[in-house]
Structure formats: C-alpha cells, structure tokens
Write a new protein. Sequence first.
Lengths: 352, 114
Amino acid sequence: MTVSQAIGLCPSLTLYEPDPVHYDEAFTRLLHTLETISPVIEPSELGRVFIGVDGLETLFGPPERQLDLIAQVAEKENNGEEQWPSRLGWARGKFAAWVAATRAKPDRPVVVADDRRVRFLAKQSVAVLPISSDTHRRLWQLGLKTLSDITRLPESAMTSQFGAEGRHAWQLATGSTVDPVVGRERPEPITTGIDFPTPAADQAILCYALGRLVDRALTHPRRIGWRVHVFRVRAELESGASWMTQVVLKDPSANREHIVAPVTVRLEQQPPTGAVVHLAVEFLGFARGTDELQLFARDATSAARAGRRGALHTAAHEIKTRFKRSLLHHVVEVQPWSRIPERRYALIDFEP
Amino acid sequence: MVANSRTPVRVDRLRALNTPRPVRVEIDAHDKPTTVTDAGEHTEQLGKRPTEKDEPSSPQRTCSVNDVLEIWRIDDEWWRIPICRRYVEVILEGGKHVVLFEDLNTGEWFEQKP
C-alpha cells in the first residue's frame, strides 16, 4: 500500500519519515555481529548482505544449521527491541543466494543445493536479473519471461541483442558464472601509547595525555578514510594492576573531542585505582568515511545526509522562531496515479 | 521495521500543487482556442476551484493561439462531484506551449500543467 492510498483510507493517519542514519547504524551493528560467524561479509546495499560460508561446514555443520545460526545471531542483535524479519537464502554464488533469499519466508530459509541450482534458477522470472529496466522491458516484449526461456537461447544471441549486459544475464540464468562473496576491507587496530617517567595520578595530566594519544592515533596513515567506531583506553598502574575502558561511539567520528569526551567522563566517574605508568589508546572498530572527507563511501554519504538534515532543521527552527510559522514545505505524493493533475502532489509544512 | 524516530507529518496541512489557473479563452466555430488571456495568479486550497472573488495579482496579457496540438478529455469522480474537462494543448504566439482545459460543467477555462 502506498502512502497516498493509506491517507485516502485513513485521513487522520500519522506519517513518519524514514530515518536513513538510524537504518545505517542498525545495519552496521548487524554486520559487526555477523562477523562473529564468518570473516567474509559483503554488504551490497542497505538491508542486503552476503556471507561467505566456505569452510563453515566443518565449524557449524550443514547449510541449514549455518542459516539457523545466522538467524539466531541476527535475532540476538535485535536485542528484543525491534522486529527485523530477515529472509535467508543459501546457494552457490551471490546471484543464486539472493534469488533463494527472495523466495524465503522470514522463518523459513531456502537452501539450494548445488545440483539443484540450475533447475532452481530456470524457474525464476527474468525480473530477478540485475539488468536495466529497459532490458527487462525488451525481454518481456520478446516473450522471454523466465530464466529458462533465456537458457534456451545461445549466449551469442543474447550478446548480439543486449551486449555485455545480455551476456551477463545469460551467464547468470544458466548458472555458468558464480560470483563469489568479497569480504569488505577492515583496517587493523591502531594503537598508541605513552610511558610516564613518574607515575601520574592527576586526572588533568591523564586527560591531557589521552588527548595527545588520540591525536597521534588519528593521524595514523591507516586511519585515513575511516571513522573510529570502537576504541579502548588501557592503563598500567604502578601497583601492577591495570585499568581499562572501552567505548562504542554511537556516531563514528574522526573528531578528537568526540572521541575524548566519553573517556574523560569515565575517568572522572571510575578513575584508575592508582598512579598510571603507561597509558594506551587502541582504535578497534572503524566505519568507512571520515568527517573531513565525505566522498564515495556509503557511511560517508549517510553522514553527509545527516549533516545536511541537521543544518536544515536548524534553519527551519530559526525561520519558525522569526516568522512565527514554518515557511518551509516539502512535496508529498497524494494520488500520483490520479488523472486530475492537482490531486497528484501536495505541499506540507516542513516541521523538523 | 525499525522504531520511528522522526516528527510526525501533519496530513491536515496539505496544500495542492499544480492547481488550475483561470484564464479567459476565446474559441472559434470548431471550439478551438484562438486567444488566451491571463487572468492572474491564485492561491488555492486542495480541491478548491478559483472563484470570482479571487483577485488577479498580475496584469492581464492576451496571446493568440498559433497552433492546436492535441485535444483530450477527462471524465472522473462521477460518484461525487463529477469532473468533466476538455484539455487542449496549444502553442501561443512566441512558441510557448500551454495546456488549457475547459471545465465542461461550468464553461470556465483554466491553464494547467498536465
């Protein structure tokens, strides 16, 4: 049901706008959790992730057991707060696995054994092929409705008609190509430390040293292009004991103040029990993109979007304060299918 | 689904976009427009048609019609207040493309993007 249909049925409906930053954070958390099962994780888009399962059979058992485990891990990540109905598919190659997942139900994964893969794909509609809408349309116009229709054609025919895209579609339909899962790049942890010539117990000194260590870690070449998500501060005490705190930033950051602030609070609330002889900062988890350079990366895009939205909210608030009413509007679909032009879209006050 | 985290949107503050703009049109013997006179800008609410009380805010300007491109008709919402419109796409002098429609219930003419 579209939004406009819902408004038509229920005029008092309250609409909520999507929150892509929240989705992105939740998806990143899910990816971190899935890495406890397999080190080869490939997020293809928000909400879709491929997991490399080579070698997992000896660890976790057959595919059904692996999928159960993944479902359990995802459920655990939910923490009982939110409902994430996940659909799981298991097959050789990303395309077949994705098609299997689209055929699965939330509580019923689909496993396609390798000897059934070609037959399974043959039954599918051409709509599952990752090709342009124009090529989809042309396939339908040519009467090619399922992948089996495509497999009956020679590869050269598809190539001559649709070029490289047609060749790729033919290879996917016949199962002759298997696209492997490519794990995402994760930088190694970055550690910086300092030895105190005389044991330090003064919090001001510790905070200053902490700031210097964070500065040094942020300028590390491996950190470039990544924002810090998880980091740890360790202290070796004069007495031989140790002190440690770990911080998970809600918003990954490459900003010194954002990183230092939570540790400063913990230093005040739960200070080390003795004088510190060695202090170390370890950046353990990273998110792609930086605050300074927000280009190309998906995380960086969402951060930029969040920044733009924040600026827009501030501007809207200032305008409303000055003029006593919101002068900003945004366009919503009302009846986009309507033959009456003025019924299709409407303006609504923008109230962040 | 994930938890909602944004301010709810007020659906009672909807204002229609692309509302018809009243124009005065002279037609020939074949009911085809020959001249179009701009009746000015109006601000309207959703579903509200312009009335005679609405004052034009810009000076009137008359253009002759160079060519009539396409004519089509829309009949809709017969179950409540019927909407019967005859749309005419024309080219005005100077080459500007404009879509006009005649409200067949009232005989009034409007300009609107299709």
